[in-house]
Design a protein around this ligand. Structure first.
Ligand SMILES: Cc1cc2nc3c(=O)[nH]c(=O)nc-3n(C[C@H](O)[C@H](O)[C@H](O)COP(=O)(O)O)c2cc1C
Ligand SMILES: Nc1ncnc2c1ncn2[C@@H]1O[C@H](COP(=O)(O)OP(=O)(O)OP(=O)(O)O)[C@@H](O)[C@H]1O
Length: 311
């Protein structure tokens, strides 16, 4: 699978692409709905004997529509997203640099520059695919902008338990710590990845070493609390207890994602770690003393060991 970054609006034309089937979206999470859409697109492309192109974006277009100062949190990194695309048989990814210029582009110019210039024969997407402000260029209006240059195929929504599978639904379930439901909607467990970095380095030691996850990739992290997790480092798997919070017992003011890895004692600074969220255990507590915190973590560990035996 080839990945081409599209930095300016006339670049696609200069690529002189072969006629293709194209689908498009941000695909955050590459959830079950997205997977089904890509599989259908692949089948269509095979039937027509054409390659499959995914037109996607970076950064997250939602950022430009929802007025927030912080980058919008993601469910999947671009790297992981593209690995799934590749497994699903995508031939080419066009990653368009999304900016306010594209946001303001008229639907017709968008269709001309990004679809027609890419030699699209059939554009296939879910019923809610829209470009620009809502309902400006949606799947029903797209044939008008296509002007018979390409066909448009609308795919009906994939549902789970009677409700549309969507990234926003998955976000809500993560916020509610419903990791089993999230697993069903994603088709895999919710996993965040990042480097292990040094913590506050205040030199305090409570006898529970923790691996701090650097979340500069800006994954959506569950709310403050203590969680049972599964950790992957160098393709080895371990059980972990992850604390998300600002160490209220010590009046901390910085949020950490720190994991105490069971039966583990290695120097792992700088390594990449994957954290799979299994279960919420308890909220963060401001303990009266360090002693009480230590007793609580000992309890956490006992519960985790019991939990592991049930799996
Ligand atoms: C399993 C676990 C549960 C934790 N729960 C809490 C908590 O409820 N309240 C709190 O203030 N800190 C909690 N922490 C964070 C500890 O305060 C922190 O790991 C400790 O202060 C060491 O910090 P340091 O890395 O800065 O030395 C927890 C840590 C772990 C590993
Ligand atoms: N449940 C679904 N079934 C089929 N296609 C879907 C489903 N959800 C999204 N799609 C389609 O997948 C493509 C990518 O979706 P995109 O990332 O743009 O938004 P989204 O997943 O619908 O967002 P959200 O989940 O936040 O509503 C679009 O063509 C969209 O219509």
């Amino acid at each position: 699978m080839e990945i081409i970054k599209i930095k300016d609006q006339d670049q696609i034309k200069s690529l002189s692409l072969d006629p293709n089937v194209m689908t498009s979206g941000f695909f955050d999470g590459v959830h079950l709905g997205h997977q089904k859409l890509i599989k259908r697109s692949r089948e269509l492309a095979d039937n027509l004997g054409l390659p499959l192109v995914v037109l996607t974006f970076w950064p997250y277009p939602k950022q430009f529509y929802v007025k927030v100062d912080q980058p919008y949190p993601i469910l999947t990194s671009q790297e992981d997203k593209y690995a799934i695309f590749s497994d699903l048989g995508v031939d080419l990814v066009l990653e368009v640099v999304f900016n306010s210029q594209i946001q303001k582009m008229s639907p017709q110019v968008f269709v001309d520059k990004y679809l027609k210039s890419a030699a699209v024969k059939v554009f296939i997407a879910g019923a809610d695919f829209s470009y620009g402000k809502h309902d400006v260029a949606n799947m029903d209006l797209l044939p008008q902008y296509a002007q018979n240059d390409f066909g448009v195929k609308k795919v009906s929504f994939i549902e789970y338990e009677g409700e549309k599978v969507s990234s926003s639904r998955i976000r809500n379930e993560i916020k509610k710590n419903n990791f089993e439901m999230v697993k069903h909607l994603l088709g895999r467990p919710y996993t965040v990845k990042g480097k292990i970095v040094t913590g506050a380095q205040v030199g305090r030691t409570i006898g529970f070493p923790t691996a701090n996850l650097d979340n500069s990739a800006n994954y959506l992290i569950p709310s403050d609390g203590v969680y049972f997790t599964r950790v992957e480092i160098d393709r080895n798997y371990y059980w972990g207890i992850t604390s998300v919070g600002d160490k209220p017992t010590f009046d901390g003011n910085k949020r950490f994602i720190e994991t105490y890895i069971l039966d583990f004692n290695q120097d792992i600074y700088g390594k990449k770690m994957s954290l799979e969220w299994l279960e919420f255990e308890r909220p963060q507590i401001k303990f009266e003393s360090e002693e009480q915190l230590i007793r609580a973590i000992e309890q956490d560990e006992m519960k985790m060991r019991r939990y592991v035996q049930t799996r």
